[in-house]
Design a protein around this ligand. Sequence first.
Ligand code: ZN
Length: 416
Amino acid sequence: MIRGKTLSLPVRTFKSSTCIPLRYYHHSSHQLNTTNNNINNNQFIENNNNSNGFFSCYSSAKFTLPTHHTLKAKWIQVPKALSESNAVLKTEIKVPDPIPIDLVKQVHDHDFVDKFLDGTISPKDMKRIGFGEWNEAVRNRVIHTIGATLCATKDALNLNESRRSSNLAGGGHHSFYDRGSGYCIWNDIVIAGQYLINSGAIGEGRKYLVIDLDVHQGDGTSNLCRLLHSGKSFTFSMHCKHNFPIHKEKSDWDVELEDNMKDETYLRILSDCLDTLEQEHRGKIDFIFFQSGVDVLQGDRLGRLSLSLEGVLKRDQMVAEFAERMALHDPLFHTDTNRAITIPLVSMMGGGYITEKENTIDRVCSAHSNTVRTLRNYWTLKENSTRLELNDSNPKELPGRLKGWTREMDEQTQIY
Ligand SMILES: [Zn+2]
C-alpha cells in the first residue's frame, strides 16, 4: 500500500528553446559563518580520525558478465579511463562489498529477492529487466553493484574528506518493490536510503534528496520512496516526457522535458529547479543521491534529448555546486573544518547507451568520467581549492585509444 503524499511542487513541462540566456552562479555573496557555535549533532561527521582519504569510487568491473551486455563496455572502460587520465587516484578506485541481503529485504519483496538469489526468477521477468538469462555471474554482479552504492554512502558519511563518492555502475531507478525493469533489478538508491534511516543519518525533520537527471523518469525510486520513506526522502526527477517509462510515477517533483532539448534551455531549467530546491529545502537535507545518467546526450540510443558533452559536464558541476550551497546554509556541514563544505553526495552511473554502429563508446565514457571527475575535483568554495592535487587540465577528453572500441575489447581489457 502506498501512503499518500502532498506534492509541494507541480509537474511542469518545458519546451525546447535556444534563445534563453544561461544564468550562472555567483558565490561572492556567500559568507562562511565561522563563528557559529551550534553543536554538531550528526554522529557521522565527528568521525574524523577514521579518514579514508579524500574521495572514493567503487568499480564492480571485476564482477563482469560472461556475455555481451549493452552496458558492459562502459562498466569496464570508465574505471580504467578515470585512472589512466589521472582524474582520480588509483587508490581511490575500490572494489565494493556485497550488499547485505537483510537490508535488501527491508526495501524489496522477500519472494522477489529470494527468487533472484536462487535463480528461480522467471525467464520472462529476467527479460523484462534486460539482463538475459539468469546465471551466477549476473547474481554476483548485482549484489556487488548494489553494494557499491552502500559502500559509497558509508564513505560519504564517515570517511571521505570530500564527503563525496561514486558508484561506477548502479542507479537502479526502474526497480520497484516486487519487480525490476529497464536494466534495474534492485533499487540501490532506496536501499542505501534505508541504511541512512536505519543508522540515524537522517535527522529529525530532515530528508535525503534524490536528484535524478537520467533521461528516463526514476519511476521505481519515486514509488519506493513514497511507499517506504515518506517524510524522510524527497525525489526530484527531471526527464524526457515522451520516453520510457510510458506510465510515469509521481515523484515529489517531476520536471518533464520535450524532445531534442539542447544545452542552453536544459541548463537554465535545471538552474531554476536547483534554486527552488535550495529555497524550499535548505537546512533540511542530510544526504544527496545523484542518479547521473548520461543518456541525455545527443544521439544516445535510448534518449531523446540533445545535450552536448560540455552540457552534461556543466550539469554535473551545477549539482556539485548545489550541494555546496546547501551546506553553506546548514551549520551541520560547515563547522567541521576537516571536511569539505558540501552535503554528503553519492553519484550512481545510471543510463548512457552506446550506439555501436557509430561507435559512441568514447563519448558515453567521457560523459560518465566527467561526472566522477567533477565530484572529485570540482570545488567552488575557496576553502577546498587547495585540496586539488591531480592534473585536471583536459576535462573533456579521454585517452584516444578508446576510440575504435569493438565489442571484443570487452574481453581484452585489464579490469580494475
Ligand atoms: Zn535512463
